[in-house]
Design a protein around this ligand. Sequence first.
Ligand code: 2NL
Length: 339
Amino acid sequence: MQDLVQKIEEYRKEIEGFDVATPQQLEAYRIKFLGAKGIVKAVFGEMKTVPADGRKEAGQLLNEFKQAAEAKYDKARQLTANGQQSTEEVIDLSLPGNPIEIGARHPITLMRNRIVSIFQRLGFSVADGPEIEDDWHNFTALNLPENHPARDMQDTFYIHQNPDWLLRTHTSNVQIREMQKGKLPIRIICPGRVYRNETISARSHCFFHQVEGLYIDENVSFVDLKQTLYFFVKEMFGKDVNVRFRPSYFPFTEPSAEMDVSCFICGGAGCRICKHTGWVEILGCGMVHPKVLENCGIDPEQYTGFAFGMGIERPAMLLYDVTDIRLFGENDIRFFETV
Ligand code: 2NL
């Protein structure tokens, strides 16, 4: 009996000192003390060696020992289970997912695509070219004289390291490069970003977007220009729109004109958009100047052509009711949600 009391006392100390912080240690503890061949079972087996008059006392002692061994196990199991919960991420698969934000095209892209696709249906194809250009392709080839104000440092961004390079002020450089290739006829539409040294305000920016077009073949006349642009505005603004041409001047076209459409907001009655004139100016155009053809190696006696150019920002501002041109380039998601 005294042996048993001493044994249990030693086991109690062992139990107390047993580390059960990890699931592996806890399992080792369970096998050692509470398992089928464990110590608790073994000491209960020793009951039969205890004389009859000590059995009651021994039974009580063994039961207390068993309860203490189980209590330590239960407590440790709860702790390690809780510990696992706090370090492992809990994923509730029944929760609804994060909504996917559906993106949309930029208003400038929408406007450009509309313009370009109308001309594509007339057989024009899209041409592309560099935004950093040399003076010749941007100015000289286009018949702009040496002293023209557009060439001024005040109006154009020049590249510091080489003042022969600049940021193109129109997409005409693409048409010049296309004409230089010498493959005729040419029927191209040139959308792209252009740069001018403007003070940035709600109405003007130092970069903006443009679409220019060029058609060169034998026997191209002003009639072709007018009919092409008539078709364009009817597709763009609807069959009811009226058109007027006003004489104008560009160094690269002769004759030159500007084209207005009857106000697509008020239908010509007069409103804020057309400044109560009933007309909105949308593009400049003309017959390609013979000097420009010559500069690009095309014989002006054999070939003629027309060209036109229009900005994208202004019609986009009118159509989408945008009051500040700077919003187009600032990547503020809130702006795109309102368009
Ligand atoms: C405007 C006016 C215009 C052109 C652009 C052009 C290009 C070549 C030859 C001749 Cl390569 N002309 N482009 C012609 C007339 C007007 O743009 O107000 N743009 C925003």
